[in-house]
Design a protein around this ligand. Structure first.
Ligand SMILES: [Fe+2]
Ligand SMILES: [Fe+2]
Length: 315
């Protein structure tokens, strides 16, 4: 059985690669050793912030495995050589992300969250159901929606990284590397999707499905970790959660939904493309430092912050 939204066959190829010049997509092997920097509430001693970032990390490897399957299944159909090259680099980057986050997630599970594996098993079944009941291009539509979410979250992170992590932190270094690469490859999946099929309904259906699964996956894991640490029974935790998501968090910054909502909605526009937001300035300094061989491990993130938005882009 196939879901009704996804019955349409793909049309002739259209879009080519729209990754801008100067963005050199390539997989980077990092080899983080995360245990030394790990403490229970490693994100500023804040259980709500830490459990949110932990929950996001938990779902990344499974999501990235799905994205790899989706892209590999259609790569023979890509007729634009640059886009085919982008898709290979995308798979390489996501493969390394999954590898590093699995190490971090194993650390989490071993530190007192044994039921995370049970939640993962349920998620695996959901992913398998999606793979069995939808087609190859639908999987790319789902992945393109996920890449929009990771790119807007990465933009928010790189715009204010010290809100989330300490300046000298290997976990922070891992998130910095990951978010830089999410910005670099943010248009690859939507370019592949629109190269294979121009259906707006399919793109929106994939995004709707992704939104529901992403929200549920993060909230279930966050609630479990807060409960395991004895925080969830306290009314103050619920108040902090409400402020963290909806209003203004204890750190004085906007909650997650106010922070992301306008960027989230952009994806609903039929003519949307991720590089309308040219945020190469956020990644340039990190990439330059990496290419120059500067050490990424045990670093002060202040050395790697993005340059200020160029005047031409700010206009
Ligand atoms: Fe990733
Ligand atoms: Fe990605």
């Amino acid at each position: 059985m196939r879901l009704p939204f996804f019955r349409r066959e793909s049309r002739a190829p259209r879009a080519a690669s729209r990754t801008p010049a100067g963005v050199n997509l390539k997989p980077r092997r990092m080899g983080f050793t995360l245990a030394a920097g790990y403490t229970r509430d490693w994100a500023h001693g804040d259980p709500v912030k830490t459990s949110f970032l932990n929950a996001v990390s938990c779902i990344l490897p499974m999501g990235e495995d799905f994205f790899l399957q989706a892209m590999r299944a259609v790569r023979e159909q890509i007729r634009d050589p640059q886009l085919a090259k982008d898709a290979r680099a995308f798979c390489g980057q996501e493969g390394h992300h999954a590898f590093e986050h699995r190490k971090f997630n194993a650390l989490l599970a071993a530190s007192g969250y044994p039921r995370l594996a049970d939640i993962d098993r349920v998620q695996d079944r959901i992913n398998d159901w999606i793979l069995r009941h939808t087609g190859a291009i639908d999987h790319v539509a789902f992945t393109a929606g996920a890449e929009h979410m990771t790119s807007i979250m990465s933009h928010a992170f790189l715009s204010d990284p010290l809100r989330w992590v300490d300046a000298r932190s290997e976990i922070g270094a891992m998130l910095f590397w990951h978010t830089v690469e999410e910005i670099e490859h943010k248009s690859v999946c939507i370019d592949v999707l629109q190269h294979l099929d121009d259906s707006y309904a399919r793109r929106m259906a994939g995004f709707a499905l992704l939104t529901g699964i992403l929200a549920g996956s993060v909230l279930v894991r966050q609630a479990y970790m807060l409960a395991a640490d004895g925080h969830l029974s306290r009314p103050s935790t619920w108040l902090q959660l409400a402020r963290f998501y909806l209003g203004r968090h204890a750190d004085g910054r906007p909650g997650v939904l106010p922070l992301l909502f306008a960027d989230y909605l952009q994806y609903l526009r039929p003519d949307f493309h991720p590089w309308e937001e040219d945020d190469r300035y956020l990644v340039a300094k990190w990439v330059q430092a990496f290419d120059a061989g500067r050490p990424m491990l045990d670093i002060d993130l202040r050395d790697y912050l993005g340059d200020a938005r160029p005047a031409a882009q700010a206009a």
